[in-house]
Design a protein around this ligand. Structure first.
Ligand SMILES: *Cc1c(COP(=O)(O)O)cnc(C)c1O
Length: 386
């Protein structure tokens, strides 16, 4: 076993060796610009991008022409929300977003508010799930977009997106979903789920960093959004700029691999997660944050109560790469907005830790973490002045 143990797979995943291998030629001899229509180097690059586009579309049950490659989920989210608002602000200025969305969504919403958008923030129940009836009650005649993520990055809680998609369709409102965490972990079908716009990212599915995509529905309805970047007109004009060919090739391969491996890997990662959770729940005051059933197999978000709190994290973080109840917005030491939206106090949020597992974690690592946390509990008790 190699230390430190990596249990922060919701922050990013290592690049799968098969993905890296697929990418390498596009850094060296296959260096063409996918937009160069006049020669072999360009065709070679364009062909590789086409294949990647088909692979990603396949993972979403989408048409390849509905995929727009971006620099990651953050850009895809910005493009979807800003692009939709810019296109429809004359018709309606109302958007709905869930309070537990990723910062990329919430901060884009704040930006749109400055541009005159009205955002209704849909609260969640203490288990992190939204209520469909509450969503319905927020709908207005000028609502242009409903924004609900498939699965939460901090808790793994999975929202009822099929019902949301159906509701959006019924009311003629676009449904945008951030599927960054869900892709490769649970089946996604843009048709069945009634998704109009979807953001995803390569580095969360064992692909490279710096590449993602926005799915933009082409029919029933044909989704219209404004481009947010002008230039050479790549990606059907939605995202100008020379394509990141090696990154896109890696994303395609990673999406294909994830679809192939999902049925095999998710149950085994789930067993590891359950083993970890069971081991940690034996310690006093440990509780699960978020619905324990309606969630991804890859994560457990645990509240550690007052016995250990921040000290646990500080001791643990040296040997186990994990994420605290505040670490999600990088430099910020604010308590997690997700846990707070679920009703946790600042203190309880600070005393929470996210363990997120991936296909490269082992039972030995899980047992090591359980033991390590146990030692922290012991020392916390010894040193805590009661
Ligand atoms: C990681 C993550 C993002 C941001 O993705 P990038 O590709 O790193 O920009 C957005 N939403 C969720 C749910 C995430 O987990």
């Amino acid at each position: 076993m190699v230390l430190p143990v990596y249990m922060d797979n919701h922050a990013t995943t290592p690049c799968d060796p098969q993905v890296l291998e697929a990418m390498l030629p596009y850094f060296s001899d296959r260096y063409g610009n996918a937009s160069s229509k006049g020669h072999y180097f360009g065709w070679q690059a364009a062909e590789a991008v086409n294949i990647a586009r088909e692979q990603l579309a396949g993972a979403l049950q989408a048409d390849p022409r509905e995929i727009v490659f971006t620099s990651g989920s953050t850009e895809a989210i910005n493009l979807a929300l800003r692009g939709c608002f810019e296109m429809f602000s004359a018709k309606g200025r109302h958007l709905i977003a869930v309070t537990t969305e990723h910062r990329a969504v919430l901060d884009t919403c704040t930006h749109l508010e400055k541009l005159g958008a009205e955002i209704s923030y849909l609260p969640v129940l203490p288990d992190g799930l939204i209520e469909l009836e509450q969503l319905k009650s927020l709908l207005r005649s000028d609502t242009i977009l409903i924004c609900v993520m498939v699965a939460n990055n901090e808790t793994g809680v999975i929202q009822p997106i099929q019902s949301i998609g159906a509701l959006a369709k019924e009311r003629g409102i676009y449904f945008f979903t951030d599927a960054t965490q869900a892709l490769g972990k649970i089946p996604i079908n843009v048709e069945k789920d009634g998704i109009d716009l979807l953001a995803c990212s390569a580095h969360k599915i064992y692909g490279p960093k710096g590449v993602g995509a926005l799915y933009i529905r082409k029919k029933n309805p044909r989704v219209r959004i404004s481009a947010q970047q002008d230039g050479g007109g790549q990606e059907r004009g939605f995202r100008s700029g020379t394509l990141n060919v090696p990154g896109i090739v890696g994303f395609g391969k990673a999406a294909w691999l994830a679809s192939q491996e999902m049925e095999k890997h998710m149950p085994s990662i789930g067993r590891l997660r359950d083993r970890l959770e069971k081991g940690l729940m034996k310690y006093p005051g440990v509780q699960i944050n978020g619905n324990p059933i309606q969630r991804l197999a890859t994560v457990t978000n645990l509240s550690f109560g007052e016995v250990v709190g921040k000290q646990l994290l500080e001791n643990l973080i040296k040997e186990v790469a994990i994420s605290s109840g505040s670490a999600c917005s990088s430099a910020s030491t604010e308590p997690s907005h997700v846990l707070k939206a679920m009703g946790l106090s600042d203190e309880a949020a600070y005393q929470s830790i996210r363990f997120s597992l991936g296909k490269f974690n082992t039972p030995e690592e899980v047992d090591y973490v359980i033991e390590k946390v146990g030692k922290t509990f012991k020392s916390a008790k010894e040193f805590k002045p009661v």
